[in-house]
Design a protein around this ligand. Structure first.
Ligand SMILES: [Zn+2]
Length: 213
């Protein structure tokens, strides 16, 4: 069983206000009689499901090509949290004990990848710190940022930096039962870049437990 937890990249996909949405430029097209079809993509690297690099939030931070790949492959827990829109997830909102070193949180506060709503939920820095104490190395979320939309000092991002943890944003976790999976979400080797889109998938889930909310 494989769950695809990435939104489709189309020209409708919402990006952060002011950022560069995806555009496909078709240079050659077999439907027009060309011998091949050939196209180019222009877009922000914070596109759909993506991995942030530390250089996104720290001037001397590692770029995405410099990050260890083991963050992005391995055991992963999916958890649903009840959090109001525009609020930060706190430790008290976690519904089950941590079972893996990667944690993906479903909030349901950014329900349509093609529509950018600014009142999505985020992570409290204290929660990031607490998950680090429990040996978590990666946290993923179904919103465009681990900090709230109007945050300027980015306290959650800064806590990821302090503990050298990895961030996945823009995941689509609808329909994924809570439980433990294998995560595969490799960033592209974009030298010097501050993020990369990922094709995020979850494998397995034999021991996953459906929770009624
Ligand atoms: Zn990002």
């Amino acid at each position: 069983m494989i769950y695809d937890i990435s939104p489709a990249i189309t020209e409708r996909l919402a990006v952060w206000p002011g950022d560069v949405p995806p555009r496909r430029e078709v240079l050659l097209d077999m439907k027009r009689g060309d011998s091949i079809t050939l196209s180019a993509l222009r877009a922000t690297v914070h596109l759909g499901a993506h991995a942030d690099a530390p250089s996104h939030y720290a001037a001397d931070g590692q770029s995405i090509d410099q990050r260890r790949l083991d963050y992005y492959i391995g055991p992963c827990q999916v958890m649903r949290v009840k959090v109001p829109r525009g609020a930060c997830i706190t430790a008290e909102m976690l519904t089950s004990p941590i079972t893996a070193s990667r944690v993906l949180l479903w909030t349901g506060t950014f329900p349509n990848p093609d529509h950018f709503n600014t009142d999505f939920a985020a992570l409290s820095p204290v929660l990031v710190d607490m998950l680090h104490q429990q040996a978590v190395v990666l946290i993923g979320i179904d919103t465009p940022s681990v900090d709230l939309f109007d945050s300027k000092d980015l306290p959650a991002h800064q806590m990821f930096l302090r503990h050298d943890m990895a961030i996945l944003e823009g995941l689509v976790l609808d329909g994924v039962p809570e439980g433990t999976y294998e995560l595969i979400a490799l960033p592209l080797k974009l030298a010097g870049f501050d993020a990369s889109p990922v094709r995020a998938v979850l494998k397995g889930g034999r021991d996953s437990i459906m929770k009624v909310q």
